[in-house]
Design a protein around this ligand. Structure first.
Ligand code: SF4
Length: 395
C-alpha cells in the first residue's frame, strides 16, 4: 500500500512516534509517499494541546477528508482529547494513539513486523545553530527551538494528574527508554555529527528513570562521562522535579552541563496551583528560581495558563509578579482550554474569553517591556508556526 503520513503534532516528542510508524510500514512492505494525492491511505497525526492548535487540526482534517474521501485515517492525540469535536468534524476512520499497535498491525502488519519491533531510540541531529535566523532565511521550513540541538527522546507519557491537561488523556503509561541504549545512541550521534549541544525531550522529562532506578541527573552525568563537551537542554521539565533535586540540578548548572531549561510553572498562585493539582507551592518555586537567579543562570523559559477557572485578576497578578521577579528568557502564555474530559472542565467560575484576552495582551505587553520574549495564544508566532506546519501536503 502507498501511505502518506501527515504530522500535525506541534511537539517534537511525537516525531519519535511518526518515525516508528514509518519504520513499521516500510518493514511490512508498504511504500511511503511524499504527497497525499499519491497515497492509498493518508494517516494524519492529530494534535490538541491548546484550543487554537486543536481547531487548526480539526480544520486540516476536515479538508483532508473532503479532498480524499475514504482514504484518510486520523490518529494521535485528539481521539482522546476531543472525541466529540473530532467526530463532528471528520467522518473517516479514527483510532487513538493508545490503540495504535492493535489497529496498525491489523491494517498494515502483513509482513509480520510488530509496531514494538519497529521502535528505535529516537535521535535527530540539529538542523541549525540559531532557529530564529534559520526561520528568517528559510521561511517555508517548519523549524522550531529544538532544531538548534541534537534531539534525544528519553521517555513518553506523564504520571502526574494536572486537572487542566489535555495531553495526558492521550498518553500511554509513562515509560523511560533504557539508559544504556540512550547513552549509546546519543554518543554515536554526537560522534557522527560533531554536535555536542543536546536537548532531551519527553512528555515529563524529570520523571526519567524513576521506574528503572535511574534519574535525569544520572543520565546527564553518564553522557558527560562519555563525551566531556556535551551540554544539555531540558524540555517539559516539571518544576516539582527541579525542586525535589535542586542541589543535583544546580550542580549540573555549575559544572556547565546545562544550556537551557524549560520549566513550565503554569501559575504562581497557591490557590490556582492547588486547583491545577500542581504539586508545588509558590514558596518552593520562589526558592528554586531564586537559586537559579543567584547562579546567574538566565537560559530558562516557562509556560503560564491564563484564565484557569476561578482565577482572579489578583491571582494572575501573583503570577506576573513572579515572572517579572525571576525573568525567564521566554514565556509561553496559553489560555485555559476547556477540554471535554479533563477534570478542570467541571470547575465552577469559568473565566470569560474576553478576560483571558485582556490578561494575556496586558501580560505580553508588560513582559516585552521588561525584555522578556513572549508567545501569546492566537499571536503571530503561533499563527505562523501553524501555517508552516500545515503547508506540507496541504490539500
Ligand atoms: S497534543 Fe501534545 S503530545 Fe499530542 S501531538 Fe499535540 S503537543 Fe504533542
Amino acid at each position: 500500500m502507498k501511505v502518506f503520513i501527515k504530522g500535525l503534532n506541534t511537539c517534537p516528542q511525537r516525531n519519535q512516534k511518526l518515525q516508528q510508524y514509518l519504520a513499521f510500514l516500510r518493514g511490512n512492505g508498504h511504500q511511503i509517499v511524499e504527497a497525499p494525492e499519491a497515497g492509498d491511505v493518508i494517516l494524519v497525526w492529530t494534535c490538541g494541546f491548546r484550543a487554537d492548535v486543536r481547531d487548526n487540526t480539526l480544520r486540516q482534517l476536515t479538508a483532508y477528508g473532503e479532498h480524499y474521501p475514504g482514504r484518510v485515517v486520523a490518529t494521535g492525540c485528539l481521539p482522546r482529547i476531543a472525541p466529540g469535536a473530532l467526530a463532528a468534524s471528520f467522518d473517516g476512520e479514527i483510532f487513538a494513539w493508545t490503540d495504535d499497535a492493535r489497529v496498525l498491525e491489523q491494517k498494515f502488519g502483513t509482513g509480520g513486523l510488530s509496531l514494538a519491533e519497529a521502535e528505535q531510540i529516537y535521535t535527530k541531529p540539529a538542523l541549525c545553530a540559531d532557529a530564529t535566523q534559520f526561520r528568517r532565511d528559510h521561511p517555508e521550513h517548519d523549524v522550531i527551538f529544538h532544531d538548534q540541538f541534537l534531539q534525544v527522546m528519553v521517555a513518553e507519557g506523564c504520571p502526574f494528574h494536572c486537572t487542566y491537561c489535555s495531553e495526558r488523556l492521550a498518553f500511554p503509561d509513562f515509560r523511560s527508554f533504557p539508559e544504556a541504549a540512550l547513552v549509546a545512541a546519543t554518543v554515536a550521534r554526537m560522534r557522527e555529527t560533531g554536535q555536542k549541544e543536546v536537548i532531551l525531550i519527553a512528555d515529563c522529562l524529570g520523571e526519567y528513570g524513576r521506574e528503572t532506578g535511574s534519574s535525569l541527573v544520572s543520565l546527564v552525568r553518564r553522557l558527560a562521562a562519555e563525551e566531556p563537551e556535551v551540554r544539555v537542554s531540558f524540555s517539559n521539565f516539571h518544576p516539582q522535579h527541579f525542586i525535589e533535586d535542586l542541589d543535583g540540578y544546580l550542580a549540573l548548572i555549575r559544572d556547565g552541563r546545562i544550556r537551557h531549561l524549560n520549566l513550565p510553572i503554569q501559575s504562581a498562585s497557591d490557590r490556582i496551583l492547588r486547583l491545577m493539582a500542581r504539586s508545588y507551592t509558590r514558596a518552593a518555586l520562589t526558592e528554586a528560581f531564586d537559586r537559579l537567579n543567584q547562579l546567574g543562570f538566565t537560559a530558562f523559559d516557562t509556560h503560564v495558563i491564563v484564565g484557569f477557572p476561578g482565577e482572579t485578576d489578583a491571582e494572575f497578578e501573583d503570577t506576573m509578579a513572579f515572572l517579572l521577579r525571576h525573568r525567564p528568557k521566554h514565556v509561553l502564555l496559553s489560555w485555559f482550554m476547556d477540554c471535554e474530559d479533563a477534570p478542570a472542565a467541571r470547575l465552577p467560575n469559568p473565566v470569560p474569553a474576553a478576560v483571558m484576552a485582556r490578561r494575556s495582551e496586558d501580560a505580553e505587553a508588560r513582559l516585552r517591556a521588561a525584555g522578556i520574549l513572549c508567545n501569546n495564544e492566537g499571536g503571530e508566532i503561533i499563527q505562523e508556526r501553524l501555517r508552516r506546519l500545515n503547508r506540507v501536503g496541504t490539500p
